[in-house]
Design a protein around this ligand. Sequence first.
Ligand SMILES: Cc1cc2nc3c(=O)[nH]c(=O)nc-3n(C[C@H](O)[C@H](O)[C@H](O)COP(=O)(O)O)c2cc1C
Ligand code: SF4
Ligand code: SF4
Length: 277
Amino acid sequence: MNIKTVWTVYFSGTGTTKKVVSTMGTALSEQLGVPLKEYCFNLPKAREQALSFTSEDLVIVGTPVYAGRVPNLLLPYIRDMLSGNQTPAIPVVLYGNRNYDDGLIELRNVLAEHGFCPIGAAAIVGEHSFSRILGAGRPDQEDMAEVQKLIDGVLSKLNTMETVPGEPVSVTGCDPIRPYYTPRDRHGEPIKDFLKAKPVTNPDTCVSCGLCAKLCPMGSIDPQNVSDVIGKCIKCCACVKNCPKGAKYFDHEGYLYHQHELEEQYSSRRAPSEIFL
Ligand SMILES: Cc1cc2nc3c(=O)[nH]c(=O)nc-3n(C[C@H](O)[C@H](O)[C@H](O)COP(=O)(O)O)c2cc1C
Ligand code: SF4
Ligand code: SF4
């Protein structure tokens, strides 16, 4: 296939998705000898911009897995604002060492329904947004070796393909897609008010630099008073993990319970990064 531009189009609250798709984009554009264009749709303004692609674009679309799926408040951007036309694509999800459940198949399907043909795909492990110990340091060398295999596989596919195949690449997941994963307490009951949890700010260490307000993907942190979360919080942890003073944190009881449960259950095992070709 005659690819003229490689694109990375991604959301990444804490940087793990960005790391993987940027590595892929850079390597593929260098190997194909074509320019790389990056589009991050973290911010509300960026999600107002529609992007359409041709059969001469190769588009890597990346997102973290939230509750075993594509994050529900970001799905509309991918579904309604990205369109292909016989466009080869690579769906990539990052997950936090628990499970990616139906996140990858959901992303693959939504791209396939809007003019893209997924020719390769990946579910890669990244440090869990909620934790510093669950999936700590990932994606690491071993994960990036899988990413390299995907790059090599996509290059050899592109070399032998005249046009995109009729069927998208097979990936792990259920179709129809299962409901969102629900955090539960010890009695199996959904954790009360989990969705309402919002980060708080330590006034003794916050220096009012405003970075958290600039980074919030929901535009929910009041720049005049950063301890005020005025809108929806998707718990992406961009504010928590990027605050230079470590001043942002969650103190919500249900959130902390869930974080500790995840750490207890999943931090001693290594979930695999998987690629599909
Ligand atoms: C609200 C929320 C829900 C999440 N749900 C899952 C999940 O179901 N399974 C999992 O393994 N990781 C889950 N994660 C962890 C992220 O998928 C993982 O940390 C990913 O690497 C974050 O990507 P980013 O650094 O690009 O933001 C969740 C994270 C958040 C913020
Ligand atoms: S990024 Fe941290 S230090 Fe800066 S305003 Fe936000 S909470 Fe305060
Ligand atoms: S307030 Fe919520 S949505 Fe905004 S950056 Fe922080 S964790 Fe993410």
